[in-house]
Design a protein. Structure first.
Length: 474
């Protein structure tokens, strides 16, 4: 029996991919554990005590600096094999320094990591496993991609105990689930088009679990843990109208717990919204991104009409389903007038929870290609020069200060439209750090949206507040 250890910094969000890999490894006869380094000052000692055969990191681009530094620290102290996986290593494998990493998983990790653990345990060759890049002396062996897992129901139920040994996560009244993987849209700021292109020829990228499978996952958690709210973290929960209809009917009968989900506002109609309401949907989250049609559909390729946004938002209001809206500022060639069009459409639909972020231009996305073509980013802009700093604009613009300040004042201005003229004056002031502390209010609104008013909820909010202050003032 091999021993695999996941290492993670963020103790708030359970990583569903990590829990799925852990379940496959456990089913394959291996022992799996996880350490949240933010929760243990002696995390290095705990790693030594566990004595893993392999240490794994799964991370997104925003966590890359942490992952790199932590892996170096662990390697120097423990000197065990380390594997990187997740969204960032999959899309940017060239960013990984193999001086302290032994394996890299590109794509889905369940079966490549199982094969790797089996090979290590049996003393077999570890260099020829599909999806893995392997350090072999001074060489890096880059194995080909394997086909995507088409039948998601074939996977064992996620091993949630990895996270639920931490009481403040276990006792959160809300738990996250996914019913499917992928999004078919081609938004230029998103990673999904990159994934679709990457896995072309390796099976269908858009995949959905069966209705019964999702119900089984939720029921397992409901029977064993605190579950007063469910959130579906799918990129697009409402993609398949017939699936949603069947799911909601069974959900009402067998689960009957309030839920929220991520949607595209043009993928719903009144019949679906009514069904969602009757199944205890309390909130939906969707992106408008920009109030300017020129930017939203021309540059961002969102393919979303303003009249549809307004019409369907009114239906959500009719059924008292809360709307959590995401928006982007600091977009290529955006004017201040267009930025305030984004404020205006949020005011018009009376969004319940809203905020804006300055565009984080991820390398290899369409929006970066566009910005480079227009001379708004350096021609050599790549992952090696990338550094994600929330609410700080890197797209060249005469309105950088204004966009950063408007992000912080966005929520208040949407809530109180009469202060819009005041906001237009305030954003010109050199007070980005001061205004950015208003992000703490958005964190509080996140608490309101997910109804996290218990001890674990306040612990969750504290974690976010701590990171917000650290990010703003460092």
């Amino acid at each position: 029996m091999g021993r695999f250890l996941f290492v993670q910094d963020n103790g708030v969000n359970e990583n569903i991919g990590v829990m799925s890999i852990a379940a496959v490894l456990e089913e394959g006869g291996h022992d799996v554990d996880l350490i949240l380094t933010d929760e243990h000052k002696n995390y290095l000692d705990l790693i030594v005590q566990y004595n893993p055969d392999l240490i794994g990191f799964s991370f997104m681009t925003g966590n890359r600096r942490w992952a790199f530094n932590m892996a170096k620290r662990i390697k120097a102290h423990v000197n065990k094999p380390i594997i990187f996986g997740g969204v960032h290593p999959t899309l940017f494998p060239e960013d990984i320094d193999f001086s302290y990493v032994d394996f890299l998983c590109v794509g889905e990790g369940e079966y490549p990591i199982l094969e790797l653990m089996n090979a290590m345990e049996n003393g077999d060759d570890t260099t020829r496993i599909q999806n893995l890049w392997v350090k072999n002396g001074h060489d890096i062996i880059k194995n080909e991609l394997r086909d995507l897992i088409q039948d998601l129901d074939s996977l064992p139920l996620p091993k949630r105990e990895l996270y639920y040994k931490y009481g403040f996560i276990r006792d959160l009244p809300i738990k996250r689930f996914i019913s499917g993987i992928g999004c078919p849209y081609q938004c230029t700021f998103c990673h999904n088009p990159m994934h679709i292109k990457m896995f072309k020829g390796h099976g269908t990228f858009l995949r959905k679990k069966s209705v019964q499978r999702v119900i089984n996952e939720i029921r397992q958690v409901k029977e064993k843990y605190v579950l007063k709210r469910v959130h579906f973290s799918d990129d697009l929960f409402v993609l398949d109208k017939q699936w949603v209809k069947e799911f909601l009917a069974l959900y009402r009968k067998e689960i009957d717990v309030p839920f929220s989900c991520n949607i595209r506002v043009d993928r719903v109609d009144e019949e679906m919204i009514k069904d969602m309401y009757e199944s205890k949907c309390w909130g939906v989250s969707f992106g408008i991104e920009s109030g300017s049609d020129r930017i939203r559909n021309g540059i961002l390729k969102k393919n979303l009409k303003e009249e549809v946004i307004v019409k369907h938002a009114a239906i959500f209001k009719k059924y008292n389903i809360k709307m959590k809206i995401t928006n982007l500022l600091g977009l290529p060639e955006e004017t201040l007038e267009e930025a305030f069009q984004t404020v205006a459409i949020n005011q018009r639909i009376r969004s319940d929870y809203t905020g804006a972020s300055v565009l984080v231009p991820y390398p290899k996305t369409g929006i970066v290609d566009y910005a480079i073509q227009k001379g708004l980013l350096p021609g050599d802009f790549s992952i090696h020069s990338f550094d994600q700093v929330m609410r700080r604009s890197v797209i060249e613009s005469p309105y950088t200060r204004e966009f950063e300040n408007l992000c912080a004042l966005f929520n208040l201005t949407v809530k109180f439209p009469k202060i819009t003229p005041v906001t237009k004056r305030l954003i010109k002031l050199p007070l980005q750090k001061v205004f950015s502390l208003l992000r703490l209010w958005e964190a509080f609104e996140g608490m309101l949206y997910h109804q996290l008013f218990n001890v674990a909820g306040f612990r969750y909010t504290y974690h976010i507040y701590r990171n917000v202050v650290r990010d703003v003032w460092n």
